[in-house]
Structure formats: C-alpha cells, structure tokens
Design a protein around this ligand. Structure first.
Ligand SMILES: CC(C)(COP(=O)(O)OP(=O)(O)OC[C@H]1O[C@@H](n2cnc3c(N)ncnc32)[C@H](O)[C@@H]1OP(=O)(O)O)[C@@H](O)C(=O)NCCC(=O)NCCS
Length: 189
C-alpha cells in the first residue's frame, strides 16, 4: 500500500479517518454525474463509506494491508479535491487495484488525477509490481484517463468486485509499477 501521508507538488494525500466521513460523502454527492457511467459512484448512505474508512484505518497497522482509503487535498488551501481507495487483489498478490478514483467536478481537467497517480506509482510497497484499474466501457473519460497513464494491458473483461449489470460492461486494465530508475519492477513484464 501507500504511505499514510505523502504529497505531490499540488496535492496532500492522507489516509482517511473517521473525521473525513462527511467530506467523502460530500465528494461522492457532488460527483453524481459519474453514477450512470460507473455503479461504484452510486450515492450510498454515509454508513457505507464509514465501512470503507473503518476497514482502511483498521488495517493500517497490519503487515500486509489489503485496503486503503486516502483523502486528497490541495496543499495550497487544504480544499478537499476528492478521495481514492485501492485494494489487494486476492488471486494476484503482486497487483494493487484501484477501486475508487474520484476528483470533484470543480477540480477536474487540471491534471490533478494524473499527478496523483504518477506520484503514487513509485510509492507502492516493493512487493507490488502491477497497478490494476477497473473501467466501465460507458465511462470514456475514465478509459482515456487510465490509458493515458499507461494502463494498456487488458487483464480481463469482467470482474466480480462490484456486481456489474449486463448493460454496464467493464474491463480491468493494468500497467507495471516502476522501479526507482523508472523500469518495470517485474522484469518479465
Ligand atoms: C476520471 C477522473 C478521475 C480524471 O481526473 P482529472 O483530475 O480530471 O484528470 P486529469 O486532469 O489529470 O486528466 C489526465 C488525462 O485524463 C484524460 N481525461 C480526463 N478527463 C477527461 C475527460 N473528461 N474526457 C476525456 N479525457 C479525459 C485526458 O487524457 C487527460 O489528459 P489531458 O488533460 O492532457 O487531455 C475524474 O474525471 C473523475 O473523478 N471522474 C468521476 C469519477 C470517475 O469516473 N472515476 C474513474 C473511475 S475508473
């Protein structure tokens, strides 16, 4: 997983705590443009987000943490820009999967999402060699976003992490995670 607090030039990234529940729910509420494109963005009751935060904080001290939720803020103003969470892939221990990636509408198309992911790539624990993201085919901006970040390998056509209605097909894309020198950690990739 990632360090519990880190930053990029414009973003301060920290593990979510119980105090961030309202903020995360507000981010989800004002990003409902994404809900028809991707069922992961359906507006859920705060209790469901609370479950994610509780799981993330509960696992923080585990030697092999399987789930992490982080809140994204502007370093300049502390404004909340969004949040993301990711998880271990049980059948693929070397992979880390992004399960939610959310930038609030007012902060999109400013390169912040790209800056976040590029900043994270080299910070995942060394045992992880692949980054996976599930993308709905009806969400073209997400496809462009992840493909532009080098997730160019098709892992599979469907996945069972979120139940997918038949009319909302999704794919899992992946890329290798870089070493310090920028080459793939997995030399066979
Ligand atoms: C997808 C999302 C995370 C992108 O975040 P962002 O900070 O706006 O993205 P960036 O500004 O860093 O854009 C990086 C690249 O992604 C692509 N991209 C981002 N938004 C796009 C859009 N609306 N249409 C087409 N391409 C887009 C572009 O290639 C862009 O590069 P460019 O600006 O040089 O053309 C954001 O739009 C979002 O949170 N959407 C709602 C939730 C969602 O769909 N998440 C993805 C689920 S897998």
């Amino acid at each position: 997983m990632l360090p519990s607090a880190w930053h990029t030039p414009r973003l301060s990234v920290r593990d979510a705590t119980a105090a961030d529940l309202g903020l995360c729910h507000a981010c989800l509420a004002d990003s409902q443009d994404a809900a028809p494109l991707d069922p992961a963005f359906k507006l859920v009751p705060p209790a469901e987000i609370q479950e994610h935060i509780t799981r993330s904080t509960g696992e923080a001290a585990l030697p092999s943490r399987a789930f992490q939720t982080q809140v994204l803020r502007l370093t300049s103003s502390e404004d909340a820009v969004g949040y993301w969470h990711f998880m271990a892939v049980p059948k693929r221990p070397e992979a880390i999967g992004v399960s939610i990636m959310l930038i609030r509408p007012a902060y999109r198309r400013q390169g912040l999402g790209r800056e976040l992911v590029e900043g994270a790539l080299g910070r995942f624990e060394p045992s992880k060699t692949e980054l996976w993201a599930r993308v709905y085919l009806g969400n073209p901006r997400a496809i462009e976003f992840w493909a532009g970040l080098g997730l160019a390998r098709l892992v599979r056509l469907h996945d069972t992490y979120v139940s997918t209605p038949a009319e909302q097909p999704s794919i899992i894309l992946s890329r290798c995670l870089p070493d310090r020198d920028g080459s793939c950690r997995d030399r066979n990739a």
